[in-house]
Design a protein. Structure first.
Ligand code: ATP
Length: 799
């Protein structure tokens, strides 16, 4: 291999030497042998005279002043006597001239011992090619050397004003075989191809024949071997150049072929960069690596790729569909190119695979998105349907709620709007007695000792809606009246009276003990607490405004217990407590002057409730009167005179008037005598119609209070009516399913005047009738499906 290379180099060197000798004349070039060794070639050209003269012959004036040696005999063989400055000047001027002509140059040091003589040979051959091109004028194509065929197309000509270097890099296959084939032969090969021709087996055959025609038979094998070797090298170079082209396009700033080969840039990036970089490549200077892929203007069949390398090296690779290179061929370079090509191939395959993977990923994502879209629209449709159902159910819920509210209150009416409860006070601490005026307390009955223990009629029993014994707690008392209190929020009026003689426990029931505790809280506070709780529970459907007013009626005169505050809005129980305390203080001031007036006046706390249905906008108004009546003791026995008598008369009159009104209402009389007292006048609007009235009768257990107790109980008996409990079974013995059926049962019981109907009475003690029956089935009137109604059951129970 090395031998063949040396042989090729010698052929080229001889060609260069012969051309120089021919050009400048043998005499002038006497120091240049016809077939010089590398050393002889270097020494012969070292002073630059031959080179300068040669270039001046071709292009006169290229080197304006050539430093001549006056006496050739004085020049030593190695030229050491020549002033270094002189031949440096010549060589430098020569190289400058070549640059101006656009020809490849070499380094001054290449003419020194150890320099790269091959570059000098390249340079001379380029000059030779330039010379011949010039001689042929516009009809020829510049080549390094060799003869020019007459058939050569004008399309192979040098372009006027085009830098010689560019023209040269666009040249064809002459350079391909430069190291292995004579210049004439390579030129012949190149120019034998018509522009429209492609390299065919015939043309290759012709090329081979041309090369071998003047060779001796023994030279043929080595030449063929050399030729094939060059073809392989060329093929590899092309591949490497293709790869480099791709890599350079990826990163034009990186001129290292190997580093580009190892690049892991994606194909997309390469494409984008390649497109954007195209077209500006020609503008790059000779110190940069330029890449461009353009259609040859002269030859539509060829794609021209340029890879011009660093000027300092004087090496270049030109891929013109064919590749030319002045890079010396050695095993290192071949290995490097093979390695680069292999890496490029792997990289290319990898990138192809990545592209495929990306494509399949895109397909997967696309189909995923399509599926998601379908799923999304399905879900949306389902959601819309569900929303419509809920919306329908919500509107139905309000109807059902309204319907239930009416039914509920209808049941309250049927069970009795007037309820009378009796409560027995315990003996006061320190005043306990073995004997009590109360002989017995049952659920609904109180028995009073009327006379001597052993007399036959010594006991008398009274029946009310409920009787609470001395041990009954405040919570138990309130629980029984709680459903009535809740009616206020549905727009009903409620009156709760505390009736009884002085000291029997009225204030205790209504407000609680003097020192208030949680357990001791009376009806007033508990009722208001309950209202505030309900207000909070219904806040999504109703907006309630609650306000309180405190009044006192003394001697048939009405007064406001809380001056300058007729009706005070309240938002919590503590607001009400503060207000009541203020009212109690005002009463206390008066009582000091008027001798315990509190026992002889009626105290009335009125709670006004206004509720707005947030859906329908309907406004409901209700009020609750909590009345702590004046002491009911009889005046005939008290033998009082003067003011006390007057007070007693007013009290008796107003209590009798109240009894008359409630009795009239209980008996559903057409006329109700409201106007007989200030109290009944005040409560007129809240006693009639669908108003609920609750009378608490208080009994003192002391034996000497028997007379007052009997009198109180008789009063209460007048106003008490039969109250029906909630029916648990219908007339057929089946379960009562809904409010309507419940109403039917109650009506049947009333019609049969069967006040003692055990089926109904048995459940009277339930605190909330709604919990005794199945309200979940109250759908018929609203026309909703059972499923909807089941959904609403929860709401209804909460409501
Ligand atoms: N159920 C009860 N348990 C314990 N103590 C009670 C009960 N009822 C009343 N008392 C106590 O009995 C006393 C008298 O009660 P209270 O003042 O409530 O009677 P009253 O009927 O309101 O009297 P007045 O008509 O003078 O206002 C108070 O000390 C009270 O704490």
């Amino acid at each position: 291999m090395a031998g063949r290379k040396a042989e090729v180099a010698a052929v080229r060197r001889n060609e260069a030497a012969n051309w120089l000798r021919r050009t400048v004349g043998v005499v002038c070039a006497r120091d240049l042998a016809e077939e010089p060794s590398e050393e002889e070639f270097r020494v012969g050209l070292r002073n630059g005279i031959i080179l300068c003269n040669a270039v001046n012959k071709i292009q006169p004036g290229t080197v304006p002043k050539v430093v001549e040696v006056h006496s050739f005999s004085t020049i030593p063989a190695d030229g050491s006597a020549l002033c270094a400055y002189q031949y440096f000047e010549n060589v430098r001027n020569f190289l400058t001239g070549l640059q101006d002509l656009g020809l490849p140059t070499f380094e001054v040091s290449d003419l020194e011992k150890g320099g790269q003589g091959v570059r000098v040979v390249d340079c001379v051959l380029a000059l030779k090619s330039f010379s011949e091109t010039k001689q042929l004028g516009k009809q020829s194509l510049f080549k390094h050397g060799g003869i020019v065929k007459p058939s050569m197309s004008a399309k192979c000509q040098v372009r006027k004003n085009e830098p010689f270097m560019k023209t040269m890099t666009r040249s064809h296959s002459a350079e391909l075989l430069r190291d292995g084939i004579s210049l004439e032969q390579t030129l012949h090969l190149d120019c034998s191809l018509e522009p429209s021709e492609t390299i065919t087996s015939d043309s290759i055959k012709m090329l081979v024949q041309t090369i071998l025609s003047d060779k001796k038979p023994e030279e043929v094998p080595s030449l063929v071997e050399s030729l094939l070797s060059k073809v392989i090298q060329e093929f590899e170079r092309r591949m490497a150049n293709q790869n480099d082209l791709v890599k350079y396009t990826v990163d034009p700033n990186d001129s290292s072929p190997l580093s580009r080969t190892e690049s892991t840039d994606t194909p997309q990036e390469m494409d984008a960069t390649s497109i954007s970089d195209h077209g500006k490549m020609d503008e790059e200077d000779n110190n940069s690596v330029t890449n461009h892929v353009t259609m040859d203007e002269e030859d539509n069949n060829s794609v021209t790729n340029h890879v011009t390398m660093d000027e300092g090296d004087h090496n270049y690779v030109s891929a013109t569909g064919e590749v030319s290179s002045s890079v010396p061929v050695n095993s290192d370079n071949v290995e490097k190119y093979i390695l680069a090509m292999a890496k490029a191939e792997i990289q290319f395959e990898l990138q192809q695979k990545q592209i495929q993977d990306l494509k399949s990923s895109i397909c997967t994502v696309k189909s995923g998105i399509a599926q998601f879209k379908v799923q999304y629209s399905d879900d949306l449709a389902k959601l819309g349907k569900h929303l419509r159902t809920i919306s329908h159910a919500a509107s139905g819920y309000h109807k059902v709620l309204e319907e239930n509210r009416k039914l509920y209150n209808q049941i309250q009416d049927l069970r009795g709007n007037i309820r009378v409860y009796c409560r027995v006070r315990p003996f006061l601490p320190g005043k306990e007695s073995a004997s009590s005026s109360v002989a017995g307390v049952e659920d609904r009955t109180i028995t009073i000792m009327t006379a001597a223990k052993h007399a036959k009629d010594a006991r008398k029993s009274f029946t009310f809606n409920r009787v609470f014994g001395p041990l009954a707690t405040q919570a138990e008392v309130f629980a029984d009246m709680q459903p009535l209190v809740r009616s206020v929020l549905d727009g009903y009026n409620v009156c709760i009276f505390a009736y009884g003689q002085t000291g029997s426990g009225k204030t205790f029931t209504m407000s609680g003990p003097k020192i208030l505790t949680e357990e001791g809280l009376g009806v007033n506070y508990r009722a208001l607490n309950d209202l505030f709780d309900m207000q909070a529970q219904r806040k999504d459907t109703f907006c309630y405004e609650i306000s309180v007013q405190m009044l006192e009626i003394y001697n048939e005169h009405k007064g406001i217990a809380v001056p300058d505050a007729n009706i005070v809005p309240v938002a919590s129980t503590s607001d009400v407590v503060d207000l009541m305390n203020l009212g109690q203080k005002n009463r206390a001031v008066c009582s000091t002057a008027m001798n315990d007036r509190s026992s002889r006046s009626h105290s009335c706390v009125t709670v006004h409730v206004q509720g707005r249905d947030l859906t329908s906008g309907t406004v409901l108004r209700g009020c609750m009167h909590l009345v702590d009546l004046a002491g009911s003791e009889r005046v005939d026995k008290s033998e009082v005179v003067g003011d006390r008598l007057k007070e007693a008369q007013h009290i008796n009159k107003s209590l009798a008037a109240l009894g008359d009104v409630i009795a009239s209402l209980a008996q559903k009389n057409a006329h109700v005598p409201y106007r007989n007292s200030k109290l009944t006048q005040l409560l007129q609007d809240s006693l009639g119609g669908q108003a609920k009235t609750l009378m608490f009768i208080h009994i003192a257990p002391e034996p000497d209070a028997v007379g007052e107790s009997i009198s109180t109980l008789k009063f209460a008996e007048r106003v008490a009516t039969v109250e029906l409990g909630a029916a648990k079974t219908n007339k057929d013995g089946g379960e009562v399913k809904d409010l309507k059926e419940q109403i039917a049962c109650l009506r049947a019981a009333l019609a049969s005047k069967d006040g003692e109907n055990e089926n109904i009475r048995s459940s009277h003690s339930s605190p909330d009738i709604l919990r005794d029956i199945k309200v979940g089935h109250t759908s018929p009137a609203s026309g909703h499906t059972m499923e909807e109604v089941r959904c609403l059951e929860v709401f209804i129970f909460q409501a």
